[in-house]
Ligand binder design. Structure first.
Ligand SMILES: Nc1nc2c(ncn2[C@@H]2O[C@H](COP(=O)(O)OP(=O)(O)OP(=O)(O)O)[C@@H](O)[C@H]2O)c(=O)[nH]1
Length: 689
């Protein structure tokens, strides 16, 4: 049995599991099939030596029965039911599915909120090799034991996959050029954060197409230089930058970066992604599963430039059009005149599926205006038509354009009848006086009118360029190919939108709340991540500085595994020491909707009413781009609720929150509020590498 130090050196290889040492995968299955019969139904805790020798140590029972987290199911669910339970979630994570979306599933959120300590115990139990101080390491044996106890292995995940996952996770330790190496040893994390969870966080091969839009480094240096010299766009020169003179319409800004975010909202399959494609020429569906299922799962994004022709004899709406974000600011028209840049827009394409409401709310946090898609061949409103409209109203969005889509599928009379339905539906809402444009996104009919209205009906939002920068992160990526040479690794990329201030290449930055964990007394601690901006981009356009509005990608020196798979979602970026406080408990002045919007309910039935908040109830709380679990600990007479959050959040008094309740296994929007005060935590100091 190697010493702990030796184990640490060779971890990631099958050698720390002698039973598997020289064995092929089939041998491994035999060993662990045997173990499975021994350990079924309990949490096995064995010393590293005992595990390595294949012997058994004491078997501990769970401090709490696991079935409580799965809504009263027995501890031994039938195989066909596993996909819906914690097994399913863990399995999905193992298979590299979106960790973030798994964490937002109601079951997982409830589990984390109610059984956080159990989680810690669970992972501590499986971490079988002490490394330094309180920190422990999970050997491959420990990882296999975990998978085995949860019936993942060998039934659902084969040995090769587990070994690959484990090695991928461990490869992280070799990535020393990044902050960890420069800033000294990583802070001690809760034990469960080091072993399995780290392995589980690793997603398989990075989907290059997925990150291309936000990847400021996805070009070789020669290409980049050539592009910068001759990309036909206005030049950004940091040495000449005078922020006090910048506006969203300054040529060096609008030429390269979108300066407003327009969300596409509405019921599933009503044409949100199709209209973005028609406007921008870019396909927002990039994630592999999205392609397979033909639905939007993550937030999509694409930029478009909107132009007006300067020919006086050209009538509306033919005098408006849109091109991709790289297009020069003046484009000659073959038929005469020039197309001149009027607006540069980032489209935030939200998923319309009812189970992805949390993702929609993340997107709503950065929207300045919205296109509400309503399919002409369905009655209005459909459940997410109402729910999305309510969500953007909560975010106090005033500029909404309604697109009555798929009109080529219906007769004129039907279109007229639906127009009346839509008018009735939006009466009294933020979309009361919104224009309604009949559209065929797929055939690009009336797309020019959408372009015209985006210029004439949506004013450029007032922007604060002078305050300290504050960026909401809505996506994050590891842009390295699997197996990349250590010296060629690129730092983590964060995508999002600046709310105020200007970020520049070379700036020192801080990401809050950063790395969170629990201390020995179970209190949440967090250590903001410090780094430096090494590149900025707006889609394929490189930037020297980025301003509020529009989606940008920020290339940093952060360890890329920290940004992989949207792990930075919910955090904010700014200058060190200049971001708001970090809260773990908030008091919210709240308002509840009268009726549930996201589900079909019959007439005035009781089922559709939103009941009062209850003490002890768990809600999903959206603050900025964070979706956190929240337990209500008290409710005052003045409709102020005190909520303890499962995740620390960088926010401030006055910020808006959206509240969702678990109904029929899904989160449904039930109300909103604003933060009146809260309990903050003092972050652990971190150095800028
Ligand atoms: N006939 C017709 N089909 C359309 C039109 N717009 C979109 N579609 C089709 O409707 C289906 C759904 O379109 P999407 O753009 O993916 O819808 P979505 O609202 O983005 O879907 P989610 O993001 O999953 O909610 C696709 O098959 C489109 O081709 C249209 O104007 N006419």
């Amino acid at each position: 049995m190697p010493s702990p130090t030796a184990v640490r050196k060779i971890r990631g290889s099958a050698r720390d599991t002698p039973a598997l040492g020289t064995a092929e995968a089939s041998d491994a299955v035999l060993v662990f099939q045997h173990a499975d019969t021994e350990w079924r139904g309990g949490c096995s805790r064995r010393s590293g030596a005992a595990a390595a020798a294949g012997g058994h140590a004491e078997v501990q029972q769970w401090p709490e029965p696991l079935h409580r987290c799965t809504g009263g199911h027995s501890q031994e669910p039938p195989p066909e039911a596993r996909g819906n339970q914690l097994y399913g979630h863990t399995f999905a994570v193992l298979k590299g599915e979106l960790l973030m979306s798994q964490m937002l599933e109601p079951e997982v959120m409830h589990f984390v909120s109610e059984f956080g300590d159990l989680f810690t115990t669970m992972f501590t139990a499986y971490c079988d090799t002490p490394v330094m101080g309180e920190t422990t390491h999970m050997t491959l044996t420990g990882f296999l034991r975990f998978c085995n106890d949860f019936r993942l292995f060998p039934e659902q995940v084969d040995f090769q996959t587990i070994l690959w996952l484990y090695q991928t996770a461990e490869a992280r330790e070799d990535r020393k050029p990044f902050e960890e190496a420069e800033a000294g040893p990583e802070p001690e994390r809760a034990a469960w954060g080091r072993g399995f969870s780290r392995a589980a966080r690793q997603s398989p091969a990075v989907d290059r197409s997925e990150v291309a839009m936000a990847d400021p480094e996805d070009k070789n240096e020669a290409d980049e230089q050539e592009e910068e010299e001759d990309d036909g766009l206005a030049v950004q020169d940091l040495s000449k930058l005078d922020i006090t003179k910048l506006t969203p319409l300054s040529p060096e800004v609008i030429s390269r970066q979108a300066t407003m975010n327009v969300g596409t909202i509405g019921h599933v399959a009503h044409g949100k992604s199709t209209v973005v494609r028609a406007l921008s020429g870019s396909n927002t569906i990039r994630f592999k599963q999205e392609k397979e299922r033909n639905i939007t799962i993550k937030l999509g994004y694409a930029n478009a430039k909107i132009y007006k022709n300067d020919r006086a004899d050209l009538d509306r709406p033919a005098n408006y059009c849109s091109f991709g974000s790289k297009t020069p600011d003046v484009v000659p028209d073959e038929e005469g005149g020039n197309w001149r840049l009027e607006r540069h827009v980032s489209f935030v394409d939200c998923p319309g599926h009812d189970i992805l409401m949390a993702t929609m709310l993340n997107g709503a946090a950065v929207m300045d205006a919205a296109l509400l898609l309503i399919a002409g061949n369905e009655s209005c409103p459909q459940p997410q038509t109402s729910e999305h409209l309510a969500a953007v109203e909560i975010m106090r969005l005033k500029h909404i354009i309604i697109l009555q889509n798929k009109v080529e599928l219906i007769k004129e009379q039907q279109a007229q009848a639906q127009y009346e339905e839509i008018k009735k539906f939006v009466a009294g809402t933020a979309a009361d006086s919104s224009p309604i444009i009949p559209l065929s996104a797929v055939l690009k009919y009336n797309i020019e009118i959408v372009c015209e209205y985006l210029c004439t009906q949506v004013p450029i939002p007032p922007r604060d360029f002078l305050s300290s920068p504050h960026m909401i992160i809505i996506r994050s990526f590891d842009v390295n190919k699997p197996g990349e040479e250590v010296n060629k690794l690129k730092g983590g990329v964060c995508g999002g939108s600046i709310i105020k201030g200007v970020l520049k290449v070379g700036d020192e930055i801080e990401i809050r709340p950063g790395t969170t964990s629990k201390d020995a007394s179970g209190n949440t601690t967090c250590k903001p991540i410090r780094s430096r901006i090494i590149s900025l981009a707006a889609e394929a356009n490189s930037l020297q500085f980025a301003v509020p509005g529009g989606l940008i990608g920020v290339g940093t020196k952060i360890d890329p595994t920290e940004t992989r798979g949207d792990r930075m979602l919910g955090q904010v970026m700014g200058h060190p020491g200049k971001l708001p406080d970090i809260y773990i408990e908030i008091e919210v002045k709240y308002y509840l909707l009268r009726r549930l919007l996201g589900v079909k309910t019959e007439g005035d039935s009781k089922a559709g009413k939103v009941s009062k908040l209850k003490k002890g109830e768990i809600l999903m709380v959206n603050i900025g781009s964070l979706a956190a679990g929240g337990r209500i600990v008290s409710i005052g007479d003045d409709d102020v609720g005190k909520i303890v959050l499962t995740n620390a959040v960088c926010t401030q008094e006055g910020d808006k929150v959206a509240l969702s309740r678990r109904i029929d296994k899904h989160w449904r929007l039930i109300g909103w509020g604003s933060i009146v005060k809260g309990k903050t935590i003092t972050p652990i100091e971190s150095k800028v590498p």
